[in-house]
Design a protein around this ligand. Structure first.
Ligand SMILES: Nc1ncnc2c1ncn2[C@@H]1O[C@H](COP(=O)(O)OP(=O)(O)OP(=O)(O)O)[C@@H](O)[C@H]1O
Length: 313
């Protein structure tokens, strides 16, 4: 059986600015139809990677294949299949919203497709502004148009670089819905975001990058399971001074004031329910039980701090 052609393959992708290495030997394969989130702190190299694929940054070394086509051999053709929502707003203020989308279709060598213009404007809740000049849009509306522009030529691979930075909750929700729809239709999405709930909501896989190096690529669910933890905090009605041998076996942490007991449930340790059963059986005066699961944000911080994988350890 033949394997499907990946949407994007980076091999040894490196970008140097003088002596500074912004991207170091990046290897990454993204399958068609995936939603991939690239996460990392400011200056990690995310935009440099995206710019290299989209032709805005000239790579120093390595290869880039878009749907199997090497950009060194054909720097133009494969890029017709790519859409980019850049971080910065960059359209001509003297065109109307619809005109700027039609121009974009032409720029990508497509016939005018008014139905598609209407579809993206509706999906991004911008239809009422179809004939407004772009300079008359609010900041959030400009960002909606930026997204519409990146999608109007029906790209098969879309880069969303911080698409919802500084926008309202409504656009965020509209965009998430639309991104899911596009992915379900086979569009590949590469997303960077500092808004980790966005990656948690949308991504199938997550890559973590820092100082130009890709530290980890993992299925989102696996990443949360491997690095994540559940923290259970039990509050007592009356302070406890000692714990029984049966409770201590779980190595929970009793607060100095004896009021709370904290248990961290990670992969490979007893479930918190086992500890709770022992506490109840011993008749301890439990007032409250609170649980908190790690989010992608916690995981990202752990990985950036260099915590080794529990499986690798
Ligand atoms: N034209 C340039 N000349 C020199 N250095 C640059 C240039 N463009 C980017 N860099 C540097 O390359 C590094 C990576 O930048 P990049 O924009 O890729 O980061 P990023 O991960 O997208 O960050 P952010 O989350 O802040 O957008 C940074 O240290 C940046 O200062």
């Amino acid at each position: 059986m033949s394997t499907p052609t990946p949407a994007l393959e980076l091999q040894g992708l490196t970008k140097r600015y003088g002596t500074f290495t912004a991207l170091h030997q990046m290897n990454l394969t993204i399958q068609a139809g995936e939603i991939f989130a690239l996460l990392g702190p400011n200056g990690a190299g995310k935009t440099t990677m995206i710019g290299s694929v989209c032709g805005l940054v000239k790579k120093t070394e390595g290869s880039i294949r878009v749907f199997g086509q090497d950009l060194d051999k054909d720097p133009v053709g494969p890029r017709y299949q790519v859409g980019l929502v850049p971080q910065e707003i960059n359209f001509d203020p003297f065109f109307s919203v619809a005109e700027s989308l039609r121009i974009q279709q032409g720029f990508y060598g497509q016939k005018r497709d008014e139905a598609r213009v209407d579809e993206v404007l509706t999906a991004l809740n911008l239809h009422t502004k179809k004939d407004s000049l772009t300079r008359a849009l609010s900041g959030g509306m400009k960002r909606r148009l930026l997204i519409a522009k990146a999608l109007v030529h029906k790209p098969k691979l879309v880069f969303l670089d911080e698409p919802t930075a500084g926008v309202d909750v409504e656009l965020r929700r509209d965009l998430w819905t639309y991104v899911r729809k596009l992915a379900s239709q086979g569009t590949t999405i590469v997303l960077t975001t500092h808004y980790l709930e966005e990656a948690e909501e949308l991504a199938d896989r997550v890559g973590i990058i820092n100082e130009g190096k890709l530290l980890m690529v993992e299925d989102k669910a696996t990443l949360l399971k491997r690095f994540g933890e559940k923290r259970v905090v039990v509050t007592f009605d009356t302070p406890q001074t000692t714990l029984s041998e049966a409770v201590r076996r779980f190595t929970p942490r009793l607060a100095e004031d004896g009021r709370t007991l904290t248990y961290v449930e990670r992969e490979g340790v007893a479930p918190a329910g086992d500890l709770l059963r022992v506490l109840y059986a011993e008749g301890l005066p439990i007032a409250d039980v609170e649980t908190r699961r790690s989010r992608l944000e916690d995981v990202l911080l752990e990985v950036l701090r260099g915590r080794p994988s529990p499986q690798a350890a």
